[in-house]
Design a protein around this ligand. Sequence first.
Ligand code: BEZ
Length: 211
Amino acid sequence: MSLRLGDVAPNFQATTSEGAIDFYEYLGNSWGVLFSHPADYTPVCTTELGKTALLKTEFDKRNVKVLALSVDPLDKHKGWINDINETQHVTVDFPIIADPDKTVANLYGMIHPNASETFTVRSLFIIGPDKKVKLMITYPASTGRNFYEVLRVIDSLQLTANYSVATPADWKEGEDVIVVPAVSTEDAIAKFPKGVKVVKPYLRYTPQPDK
Ligand code: BEZ
């Protein structure tokens, strides 16, 4: 059975470019982003890992630990990291799992046999501090992911975790958010002192509460 939202993200031990890790120990009480890419020394993957390294401080600010994976072996990762650093003008300082026997890839359903029998697709999981899966996305090998979108989703998830709000389509940090249906308008007015705009009884906005 493949993983679904709300499931506990399975723990694993793995060899990585930063040494041996236990996934849960690596995460500690942080949020996590675990993402696979098809192969080392490939162009789209090189840009994705470079972008992740570039945005590492943004992940750190949000208390998120990032962790990449491919089914290539560790020695290959190490040489390729030098290329990523050189070509993307970054320093990759997060672990890349070497998963040649596909243990972690299979645990997380990162191999989609009708796309490729051998390589992982571009799977990405956001995992909460409770170790539950909060978001899953799957992209094909030919399309690099948008890591600003991953940060945007983390901002939304963290707001939802801390306040009774959801975020509308295309929401960006600082814009109004939506009061969740479970909160009555009367309670929302008490809960959100910056104000509640009632467009319809089920469509109510409030300024971002933590701004
Ligand atoms: C890439 O990362 O560039 C790539 C990997 C596998 C298939 C196509 C593109």
